[in-house]
Write a protein that binds this ligand. Structure first.
Ligand code: GLY
Length: 389
């Protein structure tokens, strides 16, 4: 085995969550390293980049809503800081979102979502079908109503990942372009990793931020291993005409036959249509059925999409957790922290995750807004002591 090189903080995983953690840690003065064969890769290369705290609200997820909103509020400053530092345009677009209904069932579902949003103090406006089409003339004539949410924006996750790599480089983060073979533990404390090329890397603290792979790193004690699983999402990319005004001016989404479909128009002319949600293990095959269903549902919303060039099909893996919320901060194993399990909200939660992890690395504690997301909520000992009498 080669000799040990040490850092204060070693981040396993160079997706957007690992990168933002490393960047913020380096800004706090920690000597920081990131371990990933392809920094900036992962789910961000597939994700549409909706910042949809309000339109992706679900019953039973009000605690997560608090974190989502905290992150959404940080986005303007976060994006400006990254752009100023790196010169990268992130494709951050404050365009709002329109969630529409195609039939009576969809409309009832959307009415319930509207009631939940109002109950939660969120801003959204009910529109008739005609009002929806006035906003977005390419919508199908059959649209029965919709919710206008001006606060749900978008960013281009590929550009975000590229900017975070650049910001890390500028901040002095060291990249090890290799994967982790196993975590090393000595005297009940995480001490670093052994990489797949046999190098031993020591660290004062280790952050496991490997997305859907976080649950299967060797050497992590069973009771600390995060309960994260891959949830496959297939996405297609089309190109919109630039000639006669915008094809779509904001994100448009709906639930069609029980499946979420969204169309995210970028200023560059790219139109991202997503996404399937499949429990298929680590399979990332793009299937004819997945693409067919996405295009069929998107076509019901916006019939004109069939005229557009199809430029890309891709599948990625969301890191799903048992309660659909992330696992953030210190674990029961000293020296090991988690930043994983972001499921459908990884892009949205990037700013708040970086801040929360940097705080935890510096103080040993999560900031107040991130405390409900401690990984310890899943540990047997904590669960037993928190049982109601
Ligand atoms: N947040 C959108 C998705 O996960 O498909």
């Amino acid at each position: 085995m080669s000799r040990t090189r040490t850092s204060d903080v070693l981040v396993i995983g160079g997706g957007i969550i690992g990168l933002v953690t490393a960047w913020r840690a380096a800004q706090r003065g920690f000597a920081t390293a990131v371990l990933d064969p392809e920094p900036g890769g992962g789910a961000a290369q597939v994700a549409a980049g909706m910042l949809a705290a309000v339109t992706e609200l679900h019953y039973g997820e009000q605690t997560l809503l608090g974190l989502n909103l905290a992150s959404a509020r940080r986005y303007p400053d976060f994006a400006a800081e990254l752009t100023e530092l790196t010169g990268h345009d992130l494709g951050y677009r404050r365009c709002g979102t329109l969630a529409v209904a195609l039939d009576a069932d969809d409309r009832a579902h959307l009415r319930e979502l509207h009631a939940l949003q109002q109950h939660s103090g969120l801003e959204s406006q009910w529109l008739s079908g005609r009002e929806c089409r006035r906003l977005e003339p390419m919508l199908a004539p059959g649209v029965r109503g919709g919710l206008r949410v001006d606060g749900d924006h978008q960013i281009d996750p590929r550009r975000l990942a590229g900017a975070l790599v650049a910001a890390c480089e500028q901040a002095g983060v060291v990249f090890h372009r290799v994967w982790a073979e196993r975590l090393t533990v000595a005297r009940d404390r995480a001490t670093g990793v052994v990489t797949t090329d046999g190098t031993e890397l020591g660290a004062g603290q280790v952050v496991l931020a490997a997305g859907s792979l976080s649950g299967r790193l060797a050497g992590v004690p069973e009771d600390v291993l995060p309960p994260v699983r891959p949830v496959k999402g297939q996405v297609v990319r089309l190109t919109m005409p630039q000639r006669h005004g915008p094809f779509l001016s904001r994100t448009v989404r709906a639930v069609v036959r029980g499946s979420h479909v969204y169309l995210v128009p970028r200023e560059s002319g790219e139109l991202v249509v997503g996404a399937t949600s499949e429990e298929m293990g680590w399979d990332t095959t793009v299937t004819a059925g997945g693409v067919y269903e996405l295009l069929r549902d998107a076509h019901e919303l916006v019939p004109g999409i069939t005229e557009l060039p199809l430029t890309e099909t891709r599948a990625g893996l969301r890191p799903g957790s048992p309660d659909n919320a992330p696992l953030l901060g210190p674990t029961e194993l000293d020296g090991l922290l988690l930043a994983t399990g972001h499921y459908r909200n990884g892009v949205l939660l990037t700013p708040v995750t970086g801040d929360a992890l940097a705080h935890a690395l510096a103080t040993g504690e999560l900031p107040g807004e991130a405390r409900p997301f401690t990984p310890k909520r899943f540990s047997t000992a904590t669960a037993l002591t928190e049982q109601p009498a």
